[in-house]
Design a protein around this ligand. Structure first.
Ligand SMILES: *[C@@H]1O[C@H](CO)[C@@H](O)[C@H](O)[C@H]1NC(C)=O
Ligand SMILES: *[C@@H]1O[C@H](CO)[C@@H](O)[C@H](O)[C@H]1NC(C)=O
Ligand SMILES: *[C@@H]1O[C@H](CO)[C@@H](O)[C@H](O)[C@H]1NC(C)=O
Ligand SMILES: *[C@@H]1O[C@H](CO)[C@@H](O)[C@H](O)[C@H]1NC(C)=O
Ligand SMILES: *[C@@H]1O[C@H](CO)[C@@H](O)[C@H](O)[C@H]1NC(C)=O
Ligand SMILES: CC(=O)N[C@H]1CO[C@H](CO)[C@@H](O)[C@@H]1O
Ligand SMILES: [Zn+2]
Length: 452
């Protein structure tokens, strides 16, 4: 037991220092809206081949709200939405009076309270790159190489540019960190609903073909096996239905508030008498929870930011908030509580920095940021993640499972106690020669032995 634990400890020390100098370039790829259980429901042969040579985390617990921009920014900062400031797809900032939307997102004001990984790696002297990653085309905050957002640039074109950026031009080393974003299977999930097996099988076949393209391209360019590759996503997808609509106008006249964001998490600014507005919304629908800002649960990490509005409404899984009418806007949606498995994405990774054949049930998505910083050997900015669990995915790192840590601490304490006792015994009677073993139990008390 002790030798094994000590070996583990030494291995950890050696492994940690070796890892610091063995950093390889890192490519982070996100397939938007890849719900964790798609991996069980659909074949995905290329993705399976990828993680068979690396690691798989079956479910990532992402951040609330489970939307695209908040979660993509969490991946590259390790912060909850309240701490990185990208709180929704549609925002209002009461301090500046500015509005944010997916079409109007490049004002640096929204993004600049924190530093995404591409800027941190740049400060460490590296080139960085991104293809369509949310926030990567914000004025003065771009990586070395980037695209202005354009959904019409194909996966192959994004990939071709990213591999070129990572390869460098022979004179300069290529980008050390690159991030690649692709819109599917999110788009199909919204349009057809995750329960439409026919439509989702088609969308996921295309995603898996793109993963095949990615592996082929990395092999063709000689990057495969030289770089670390993480394939992940921002959130899952829930099935919606016209039978599960929550109509705000049924509860409260729209003149009484300004709507900042609508579904499945609504953000409202009451015009007057907030308590009255709240109480009407609170009783509005059994499948919608209303919160005054101050009482939003701690666990959501979605309260401490001026961009969070005075009243928040959260629909239950699969329910849609509308103002009025019977029209369902989307067959699939996300944004719901991040405790729901349907909202969770997955993570697969491979490369020299990762173990092989390791599967983990779950991980916090904020833990990916410190993991990437470790892989790149760049200093992590203050963040909400931890390497404690994620370390188990890395090659050359000891994996501190809780039981091992407790075993180690108890073992070392026991060993120290025995050594102390032995020394005290020897010291107290230097000439006495060997003593009866049982006497050790009494800390070498020189009185009568308890067992005569
Ligand atoms: C890592 O590399 C740096 C310079 O390249 C060197 O100074 C340092 O001693 C190395 N650290 C280890 C643990 O090998
Ligand atoms: C974009 O946002 C800025 C700042 O809130 C605003 O001044 C501008 O009118 C917006 N543009 C569009 C097209 O919405
Ligand atoms: C890079 O992207 C552009 C589109 O912006 C495309 O025309 C070009 O072919 C891409 N380059 C590669 C090597 O794929
Ligand atoms: C599923 O999606 C397909 C399109 O791929 C569509 O033709 C079909 O009607 C959908 N089925 C259901 C039950 O919505
Ligand atoms: C998240 O990290 C930020 C930056 O270190 C910190 O300010 C914030 O308090 C953290 N949030 C939680 C819930 O620990
Ligand atoms: C609770 C509340 O403020 N109700 C008001 C909402 O708006 C309508 C129409 O403007 C008023 O008549 C209500 O008194
Ligand atoms: Zn998304």
């Amino acid at each position: 037991m002790f030798p094994r634990l000590l070996l583990g400890f030494l291995w950890g020390v050696v492994g940690a220092s070796a890892a610091e100098n063995n950093s390889q370039p890192l490519l982070l790829v996100s397939f938007d809206g890849f719900r964790a259980d798609y991996l069980q429901r659909f074949p995905m042969p290329n993705l399976k081949l990828l993680y068979s040579q690396g690691v798989l985390v079956e479910q990532l617990t992402n951040v609330f709200i489970t939307k695209t921009f908040p979660n993509h920014y969490s991946l590259v900062t390790g912060l909850y939405a309240e701490s990185h400031g990208i709180l929704a797809s549609t925002m209002y900032d009461p301090i500046s009076g500015k509005h944010f939307s997916l079409q109007n997102d490049s004002d640096p004001m929204w993004w600049s309270s924190v530093q995404p990984l591409w800027l941190t790696a740049q400060e460490s002297g590296y080139e960085t790159a991104a293809a369509m990653w949310p926030g990567s085309d914000v004025t003065n905050r771009t990586p070395t190489h980037f695209f202005h957002y354009d959904p019409d640039v194909t996966f192959q074109q994004r990939l071709g540019n990213v591999t070129n950026w990572m390869l460098g031009d022979g004179k300069k080393p290529g980008a050390m960190f690159a991030a690649l974003y692709w819109e599917e299977p999110d788009r199909s999930g919204h349009n057809f609903g995750p329960e439409n097996t026919t439509a989702m099988a088609k969308a996921l076949k295309e995603v898996d073909d793109n993963i095949g393209l990615l592996m082929d391209e990395l092999k063709r360019t000689g990057l495969w096996g030289r770089i670390n590759l993480i394939v992940t996503s921002d959130h899952g997808m829930a099935q919606c239905s016209a039978d599960r609509l929550i109509r705000l106008d049924d509860c409260l006249h729209p003149d009484n508030y300004t709507l900042v964001d609508l579904t499945p998490v609504a953000a409202l600014r009451p015009k007057e008498d907030p308590e009255r507005v709240f109480s009407l919304l609170n009783e509005c629908h059994p499948h919608m929870k209303a919160y005054m800002k101050k009482s939003i649960p701690d666990g959501l990490h979605y309260r401490n930011n001026p961009r969070i509005q005075p009243i928040l409404l959260i629909a239950d899984e699969g329910w849609t908030i509308v103002r009025r009418g019977n029209k369902l806007p989307r067959l699939g949606d996300h944004g719901y509580y991040n405790s729901l498995p349907s909202m969770h994405p997955f993570l697969a990774a491979t490369g020299p920095g990762f173990r092989q054949g390791v599967q983990m049930k779950s991980l916090q998505s904020v833990d990916i940021y410190p993991l990437m910083c470790r892989l790149l050997a760049v200093p992590a900015q203050p963040n909400n993640g931890s390497l404690t669990s994620a370390r188990c995915l890395l090659a050359g790192e000891s994996c501190w499972e809780t039981s091992v840590v407790i075993g180690l601490v108890v073992g070392v304490l026991l060993l120290l106690t025995i050594i102390t006792v032995l020394f005290r015994c020897m010291g107290s009677r230097p000439t006495a020669g060997p003593r009866p073993f049982q006497r050790l139990d009494f800390l070498c008390d020189d009185d009568e032995p308890l067992v005569p």
